[in-house]
Write a protein that binds this ligand. Structure first.
Ligand SMILES: *Cc1c(COP(=O)(O)O)cnc(C)c1O
Length: 825
C-alpha cells in the first residue's frame, strides 16, 4: 500500500510516529475489548475486524460533526433512494479518504501483520447488480467529498448478489453471505423502527373525504446505519439500510400446540422481504415479493424523513426547501403515492397542499429505455397489496389527465399514452409515468440517453412537461477508481499535475502536455506492467491460465447481456483465432481477451454466452499454434473488488453495446481514466468520452443509434448480412456445429439459430465494422509511442467524468442545495 493521501495528515516525523502509536493502541484495544481476543491468538479475520472498528471510530468523529452541523444550520438534505448499493469493500476507501493508509499499514506492520495481505478478508458488499447500484455507492461517497448533506436509503439484504462459480464452463450461482461474520461498519438502530403495512382495506372515517387504511399485515423496518467518509475526512454521509423484522416473531399458541413451522410462519414471511437481492438488472422479477421490497424500503425511508423534518421544523410547507428526494430508477417510485398518503392521511394536509409538497420534493433518474425493463405492476396486485396507494395513484392520474384535457391544446393529446395506467396489457401501473408525473425534474444519465428519453419512451409526457427532462451524465468516484485502485498512476499524476489533483480531479488535464514525452510514456508503461503482473497472478489463481503481461490486455467486464454484446466480442475472437491459424507465421500482436460478468440466473441466452466464452477459451488456450498470440480468459465472480484489479491493468476497454441501448455506462469512464483505449460504439457516455478525448484517441465502430432504429424498422435479411460479411458464415457454422463444444455438438445451435432468425442487437450487422476496428487496434498497438500518446490523452481528458462533477450538477440544477466544498481544494 502507498500513501496517496498522506498530505491530509500530520507531516512531521514526530507527529506521524505519535499517530502510528495511537493507532496501534486503538487497534489492540478493539481486538482485546470488542472482540475479546488476545493479539497472540488473533486470526487474520480478527485483525481486519479490529482495524475496521478502530478506523470506524475516526469516521464516526467526522460523521457526528457533519451531521450535527447540517442539523444546526438547518441545511437542505438529500435523500437518495435506491434499491441497490454496490459498495464493495470499504476499508481501503475509508483509510484513503482519512489519509490513514500509510499510518495504519505501519501500525499493523509494527504489530506483525501485513495489512495488504489481509484486507481481502473484508467481504465485498454486493447489494446491487451492476452500474445502477455502483452509481449509488459512488454518489454517496461523492456527496461526502463535495459536502452535500445526504442519506442513502436502501435494503439491508441478508444475501447480496450471488457468487458466481464457473463449473465445466457454465455459471453456477452460489448464495452470497456477506453478514456471516457480522458487519463491523454498521450501527443497528433498534429505536428507529417503522411499521410497514400491507393489504387490508380502506375505510371512510366520520370526516367527509377522510379515509383510514387498515392493513391486514404489518412488519417492522429496522434501520442499520453505515457512515461513508468523504475525501480528506471533511464530511460524511449516511447509508441507512432497512431490515425487515416480524412484529410477532413467535406464535406461542402454535408453538405450544406443537406446530413448530406455524409458530414462526409470520416471522419467515416478514423477514423474507430483506432476505435476498433480486439478481436482475433489466426486467422486473414480476413477483409480489419484489413489490413488497420496493414498498417496504420506500415507506420506511419516507416515514423516517418526514418524522425528522417535522421534529426539526414543526411544519411541512417548507419540506421542498429542506428535503430533496432522488429516486434512483423506478424501484422507489411508490414514494409519490406514499408521500401523499403520509401527508394527507397521517398529517391531515389537503390533497392540493400534499401534491405541491410531494412534487416539489421528488426527482427521478431514469436508467433504461428498454421496454421490457420499464417497470409496471398489475392494478389487481396493487389493489390487493397496497389498496390506499392504488386509490391515490388513481386520484393523481384523474387530476393529471383532467388538467391536460382542459389545458390549451389538450384535446389533441393522446391521453392513453400519458396515463399512469396502461390499459392495453390488462391494466398495469406504469411506474416510470408515476415517477415522472410526481417529480419536479427527471433526468437521464448521458446526453444521448436524455435526448432519447425525450424522443421515444417519454415523448408524450415530454410534450406535456417540456421543461421536466434534463441530463446529468453519470460519474465515478476518482478516489476508489483511480487513487485507491491505481497507486502507481496516482503517484505519477500527483507528481506531474500537482498535489491539488486529489482535491480537483479536473487538474488531471495538465498531463496532456506530456503526451509525446518518451520519458513519461516509459513510466506509464512500467506502471501498467506492474498492474498487469498483478492481474496475471489473479488470472492464474482463478482460471489456471498463464498470461503474458507483455501481451495486449483486451477487457470486457460487465453484466452479461445481449445488448452489451459479449457475443459480438467472442465471435470476433473466433475470427481472429481462425486468422492466426491460417497465417501462423505473421507477426500477430499477442493478445489476452479478458471477460468477466454475471448473468441473471433466469437469463438463458446470457448464460449460454458465458458457456461459449469458456468453451472458446478451452479450445484456444490449448492450441499450440496460437499459444503465444492469443489467450481467452473468463474471470469468475465479477464484483467491485475484481474490477479494482482488472481496470488498471487494461490496455483496451470494450464498450460495444448496440447503439441506443446503454443508457450511460460507468465502466467506460473507469477504464478511460486509467488510460485504457476504448473500442466502442456511439452509445451512452461513450459519445461524451469521444468528445472529450477526441475522435483520434478512441476507436469507434458500428451503427449509430439512429441507424439501429432504422434497421429495426426495416431489417435486412440476416442471410444477406451473413453472406456479405467476410468470415462471419464460417464463424457461425463452427459455433453452431459444435467446433467449440466437441462433447455436446448441439450446445450452441439455439444461440446461433437465434442470431440467424433475428439480429435484434445488430451482432451480425456490426460484425465487420467491429472486426476492422480490432485490426485498427492492432496497428495502434504496433506503434507504441502513438498508443501511449493516446492513452495519456484518455487519462488527461476524463477528469470530467468524476462523480463530484455529477453531484455538483445534481446539487445545483435538481436538488438546489449548495455543495459545501468548492471544486478547488
Ligand atoms: C462500474 C461497474 C459496473 C458498471 O459497468 P458497465 O460497464 O457500465 O456496465 C458494474 N459492476 C461493477 C462491479 C462495477 O464496478
Amino acid at each position: 500500500m502507498t500513501e496517496t493521501a498522506s498530505e491530509a495528515r500530520p507531516t512531521s516525523a514526530a507527529e506521524s510516529k505519535d499517530l502510528v502509536e495511537t493507532l496501534k493502541a486503538e487497534i489492540v484495544r478493539k481486538l482485546t475489548y470488542s472482540l475479546g481476543k488476545n493479539p497472540s491468538v488473533a486470526q487474520p479475520h480478527d485483525w481486519v475486524t479490529a482495524v475496521i472498528l478502530a478506523v470506524r471510530d475516526h469516521v464516526v468523529d467526522v460523521w457526528q460533526r457533519s451531521t450535527h452541523e447540517s442539523y444546526q444550520t438547518g441545511r437542505k438534505r438529500v435523500y437518495y433512494l435506491s434499491l441497490e448499493f454496490l459498495i464493495g469493500r470499504s476499508l481501503a476507501d475509508a483509510l484513503n479518504n482519512l489519509g490513514l493508509t500509510g499510518p495504519v499499514a505501519q501500525a499493523m506492520a509494527d504489530l506483525g501483520v501485513d495489512l495488504g495481505a489481509i484486507e481481502t478478508i473484508e467481504p465485498d458488499a454486493a447489494l446491487g447488480n451492476g452500474g445502477l447500484g455502483r452509481l449509488a455507492a459512488c454518489y454517496l461517497e461523492a456527496m461526502a467529498s463535495t459536502g452535500v448533506p445526504a442519506l442513502g436509503y436502501g435494503i439491508r439484504y441478508d444475501h447480496g448478489l450471488f457468487k458466481q462459480r464457473i463449473d465445466g464452463g457454465r455459471q453456477v450461482e452460489v448464495p452470497e453471505d456477506w453478514l456471516s461474520f457480522r458487519n463491523p461498519w454498521e450501527f443497528e438502530r433498534r429505536e428507529s423502527a417503522y411499521q410497514i403495512g400491507f393489504g387490508g382495506s380502506v375505510v371512510a372515517t366520520e370526516k367527509p373525504g377522510e379515509v383510514t387504511w387498515n392493513p391486514e399485515e404489518a412488519v417492522f423496518a429496522v434501520a442499520y446505519d453505515t457512515p461513508i467518509v468523504g475525501w480528506r475526512g471533511r464530511d460524511a454521509t449516511t447509508l441507512r439500510l432497512w431490515r425487515a423484522r416480524a412484529m410477532h416473531p413467535l406464535s406461542l399458541d402454535a408453538f405450544n400446540q406443537g406446530d413448530l413451522v406455524g409458530a414462526v410462519a409470520e416471522r419467515n414471511r416478514a423477514e423474507a422481504i430483506s432476505k435476498v437481492l433480486y439478481p436482475n438488472d433489466s426486467t422486473p422479477a414480476g413477483q409480489e415479493l419484489r413489490l413488497r421490497q420496493e414498498f417496504f424500503f420506500t415507506s420506511a425511508s419516507l416515514q423516517d424523513l418526514v418524522r425528522r423534518h417535522y421534529r426539526q421544523f414543526g411544519k411541512f410547507d417548507n419540506l421542498p426547501d429542506k428535503v430533496a428526494i432522488q429516486l434512483n430508477d423506478t424501484h422507489p417510485a411508490l414514494a409519490v403515492a406514499e408521500m401523499m398518503r403520509l401527508l394527507i392521511d397521517e398529517r391531515g394536509l389537503s390533497w392540493e397542499d400534499a401534491w405541491t409538497i410531494t412534487s416539489g420534493t421528488i426527482s427521478y433518474t431514469n436508467h433504461t429505455l428498454l421496454p421490457e425493463a420499464l417497470e409496471t405492476w398489475p392494478v389487481a396486485l396493487m389493489e390487493r397489496l397496497l389498496p390506499r396507494h392504488m386509490q391515490i395513484i388513481f386520484g393523481i392520474n384523474a387530476r393529471f389527465l383532467d388538467g391536460v384535457r382542459r389545458s390549451a391544446g389538450g384535446e389533441g393529446v393522446d391521453l392513453a399514452s400519458i396515463s399512469l395506467i396502461d390499459e392495453s396489457h390488462g391494466r398495469r401501473v406504469r411506474m416510470a409515468h408515476l415517477a415522472f408525473v410526481g417529480s419536479h425534474t427527471v433526468n437521464g444519465v448521458s446526453a444521448l440517453h436524455s435526448r432519447l428519453m425525450q424522443e421515444t419512451v417519454f415523448a408524450p409526457l415530454h410534450a406535456v412537461f417540456p421543461d421536466r427532462i434534463t441530463n446529468v451524465t453519470n460519474g465515478i468516484t476518482p478516489r476508489r477508481w483511480l487513487f485507491s485502485a491505481n497507486h502507481g498512476l496516482t503517484k505519477l499524476l500527483t507528481e506531474v499535475c500537482g498535489n491539488g489533483l486529489t482535491d480537483d480531479i479536473e487538474q488531471i488535464d495538465r498531463l496532456a502536455a506530456h503526451a509525446d514525452d518518451p520519458g513519461m510514456q516509459e513510466r506509464l508503461i512500467a506502471i501498467r506492467r506492474d498492474n498487469k503482473l498483478k492481474l496475471a497472478k489473479v488470472i492464474r489463481q482463478e482460471t489456471g491460465v498463464v498470461v503474458d503481461p507483455a501481451a495486449l490486455f483486451d477487457v470486457q467486464i460487465k453484466r452479461i447481456h445481449e445488448y452489451k454484446r459479449q457475443l459480438l466480442n467472442i465471435l470476433e475472437t473466433i475470427a481472429l483465432y481462425d486468422a492466426i491459424r491460417s497465417e501462423p507465421y505473421r507477426d500477430w500482436a499477442p493478445r489476452v481477451k479478458i471477460f468477466a460478468g454475471k448473468a441473471a440466473s433466469n437469463y438463458g441466452t446470457a448464460k449460454a454466452i458465458i458457456n461459449l466464452i469458456n468453451d472458446v477459451a478451452t479450445v484456444v488456450n490449448n492450441d499450440i499454434t496460437t499459444r503465444d498470440r492469443l489467450k481467452v480468459v473468463f474471470i469468475p465472480n465479477y464484483n467491485v473488488s475484481a474490477a479494482e484489479i482488472i481496470i488498471p491493468a487494461a490496455d483496451v476497454s470494450e464498450q460495444i453495446s448496440t447503439a441506443g441501448l446503454e443508457a450511460s455506462g460507468t465502466g467506460n469512464m473507469k477504464f478511460a481514466l486509467n488510460g485504457a483505449l476504448t473500442i466502442g460504439t456511439m452509445d451512452g457516455a461513450n459519445i461524451e468520452i469521444s468528445e472529450r478525448v477526441g475522435l483520434d484517441n478512441i476507436v469507434i465502430f458500428g451503427m449509430s443509434a439512429a441507424e439501429v432504429e432504422a434497421a429495426k424498422r426495416n431489417p435486412r435479411p440476416t442471410g444477406e448480412v451473413i453472406a456479405t460479411t467476410p468470415h462471419l458464415e464460417g464463424v457461425l457454422d463452427a459455433v453452431a456445429g459444435g467446433a467449440y463444444s466437441p462433447g455436446d455438438r448441439n450446445r450452441y445451435a439455439g444461440l446461433v439459430d437465434g442470431l440467424r432468425a433475428n439480429d435484434w442487437f445488430m451482432v451480425l450487422n456490426d460484425f465487420e465494422s467491429y472486426r476492422l476496428a480490432q485490426r485498427r487496434i492492432d496497428g495502434l498497438w504496433a506503434n507504441q509511442p502513438e498508443w501511449w500518446r493516446m492513452s495519456i490523452a484518455n487519462t488527461a481528458h476524463c477528469g470530467w467524468f468524476s462523480a463530484d462533477r455529477a453531484i455538483r450538477e445534481y446539487a445545483q440544477r435538481i436538488w438546489r442545495v449548495p455543495a459545501g466544498f468548492a471544486a478547488k481544494g
